[in-house]
Write a protein that binds this ligand. Structure first.
Ligand SMILES: C[S@@+](CC[C@H](N)C(=O)[O-])C[C@H]1O[C@@H](n2cnc3c(N)ncnc32)[C@H](O)[C@@H]1O
Length: 334
């Protein structure tokens, strides 16, 4: 990791390691090709209104959505961008530095959104976005350990400064817990076989790399499954990633906290990438909209899905779903 910043940022409140960031290079519709944000226009259309002044991007990543919010909202609005990945945050810090004090970047977990916002003096907001999951640079960098396509350490932590790695989980969890984890978070029908094979393999030698794990998975599943439409390690890797980062546990409480901070008329948009996430978003929105004391109105009766054109340009968009709620005035709530 390099140690210099190429452009000096402004409005930064967090204390995190500086990394060298090069924001030059190819551009896409969001103005940058590192990560291709999904639903860029749709999210901006939902969130950027004449009255909106304070936005929270709970998953700022490589700054695609945030950059667009700040551009569209012109000089009025400020944005607080949160991410638990230091590299992503450092990149966005440089990318959004042209907006000066209008872009405030904070390292943290959006599970702590209330405390993080309080620290920067924000208690009410007009718009918020959670673009769940991992970014393309996280997936594409073998040293992060998210990908079964390339070799790297079994890490998978979004925040590399804390927490349990995927390697620690696969080498230490009892077989039954490992099987349950792979089944619940990966919806993997061969979870028991895979867990058994992992335990056998680690008795010989601890699994150290993504390729060690991929080889064990490959050997444990039926040949037809190995040759299936999706790579046979996809679901196990998804399960481990979700467990390592507690991805599902934080969604509902964070949505409730954000809704609590929204001004009447303010909106929250959530983009999910698999059914486990989307189910939680849907149920939480439904619960918050329940009569007789609804806190929100659900603006997307069915989730929005990306256009064919967006999927062609960005295959990662294929599984994306967008749901949006609007905070109701206090009188609807009492
Ligand atoms: C899909 S990417 C977001 C991309 C972003 N919208 C953009 O345009 O570049 C998801 C980001 O959310 C971050 N993230 C995921 N879960 C998080 C959490 N609980 N707290 C903070 N950041 C999180 C990841 O580190 C990643 O950078």
């Amino acid at each position: 990791m390099n140690l210099l910043l190429t452009r000096s940022p402004a409005g930064v409140y967090s204390a995190f390691k500086w990394v060298k960031v090069d924001i030059s290079g190819e551009k896409n519709a969001s103005g940058d090709a590192r990560h291709n944000p999904v639903f860029l226009d749709e999210v901006t259309a939902w969130l950027v209104t004449d009255r909106a002044e304070i936005f929270v991007d709970g998953t700022v990543g490589y700054g695609g959505h945030s950059n667009k919010f700040l551009e569209m909202a012109e000089n009025k609005a400020i944005l607080v961008g949160i991410d638990r990945d230091e590299e992503a945050l450092a990149y966005s810090k440089v990318r959004l530095s042209g907006f000066g004090v209008r872009a405030i970047l904070v390292k943290g977990d959006f599970a702590d959104v209330k405390q993080l916002l309080r620290k920067v003096g924000v208690s009410t907001i007009d718009g918020a976005l959670f673009d769940l999951g991992v970014s393309s640079p996280q997936l594409d960098d073998p040293s992060r350990g998210f990908s079964f396509q390339e070799d790297g350490p079994l890490d998978m932590r979004m925040d590399q400064s804390t927490g349990t790695t995927a390697g620690q989980l696969v080498n230490a969890l009892p077989e039954s817990e490992l099987a349950d984890l792979i089944f619940l978070y990966g919806e993997e029908r061969f979870s028991r076989r895979i867990a058994r094979a992992i335990v056998r393999a680690r008795e010989r030698q601890a699994l150290a790399s993504t390729q060690d794990l991929t080889a064990v998975i490959k050997d444990s599943v039926p040949v037809a499954y190995r040759r299936g439409r999706i790579h046979c390690a996809t679901r196990t890797f998804q399960a481990l990633r979700i467990a390592v980062n507690r991805e599902l546990d934080v969604i509902e409480p964070a949505i409730r906290d954000v809704v609590d901070m929204l001004r009447p008329g303010g909106r929250l948009a959530v983009i999910s990438f698999h059914s486990l996430e989307d189910r939680i978003v849907k149920h939480t929105f439904r619960a918050l909209a329940e009569r007789p004391h609804p806190q929100v109105a659900v603006l997307t009766k069915r989730p929005q899905v990306p256009s064919e054109a967006e999927c062609q340009k960005n295959p990662r968009a294929r599984s994306a779903k967008l749901r949006v709620v609007e905070r109701l005035p206090k009188e609807s709530i009492q």
